[in-house]
Write a protein that binds this ligand. Structure first.
Ligand code: 13P
Length: 254
């Protein structure tokens, strides 16, 4: 059975306790919108507080360390975020890859650390504008993902999602065309099936991210092989985030 659409808000480095009211409003609405799976990834400092507010939505982190524990000043382990109430972690976001020099191999190590403590994963991939203009976007993304994903899922396919986020669409107000999103998601599906087999690879949700807003969500979510959205800026208020959730609900009803 196909999984419900998955709409995930990535708050990035935004949010203090004053934003808990937004999380609460999102959670209360999500309780009435059960056809869609809704989640938020606040900064580390708010995970526990959002977890305590949340009756319906999933709560996750935006990163974790590949290390178990020890002398790694400033790092946060998978076990620590799980202990704070996180049920999933976003890994390999382009802002981690580009801003912190994270390699595909490091991201794979993080996926394995997160799976080992029972977390769900959202593994991100995406090309630069230069790579797309050079006609190499699909090959680049497939290679990046192939090297970043865990080797084995061992029956954990429901715990893995992939997010395709073209870097040039993040925070810019530009989105990939529906046709380009569908083509990329089909290429990602082929990789997943090749890696994990028909059943497991076929059931992993592939999210689109990059300037998803209430007014473009329906088109993007309706594209072939799009199983949800990873939302940055528009997840910071309940009003705009719920507009995207409602677009996913409407599509389910259509
Ligand atoms: P925006 O929705 O702000 O473009 O961010 C997308 C993103 O990076 C989500 O992880």
């Amino acid at each position: 059975m196909a999984l419900r659409p998955y709409i995930v808000g990535n708050w990035k480095m935004n949010g203090t306790r004053s934003m808990l009211a937004e999380a609460r409003a999102i959670d209360r609405s999500a309780q009435r919108l059960m056809k869609v799976e809704v989640a938020l990834a606040p900064p580390f400092t708010l995970i526990h507080a959002v977890h305590k507010e949340a009756e319906q939505i999933g709560v996750g982190a935006q990163d974790c360390s590949a290390e178990l524990d020890g002398a790694f000043t400033g790092d946060v382990s998978a076990a620590m975020i799980a202990d704070a109430g996180a049920k999933f972690v976003i890994l390999g976001h382009s802002e981690r890859r580009q801003g912190h020099g994270e390699s595909d191999a490091l991201i794979r190590a993080k996926t394995e650390a997160a799976l080992a403590v029972g977390l769900k994963l959202i593994v991100c991939c995406g090309e630069t504008e230069q790579t797309r203009d050079a006609g190499q976007a699909e090959q680049f993304v497939v290679d990046q993902l192939a090297a970043s994903l865990p080797e084995l899922l061992d029956g954990a396919s429901e715990r893995l999602s992939v997010a395709y986020e073209p870097i040039w669409a993040i925070g810019t107000g530009r989105t990939a065309s529906v046709a380009d999103v569908a083509a990329m998601h089909r290429a990602i599906r082929a990789l997943l099936v090749d890696r994990y087999g028909d059943e497991e690879g076929g059931s992993v949700r592939i999210l689109y991210g990059g300037s998803v807003k209430p007014d473009n969500a329906r088109d993007l979510l309706g594209a072939d092989e799009v199983g949800g959205a990873l939302v940055g800026g528009a997840s910071l208020t309940a009003e705009s985030f719920l507009g995207i959730v409602m677009a996913a609900v409407d599509l389910q009803d259509a």
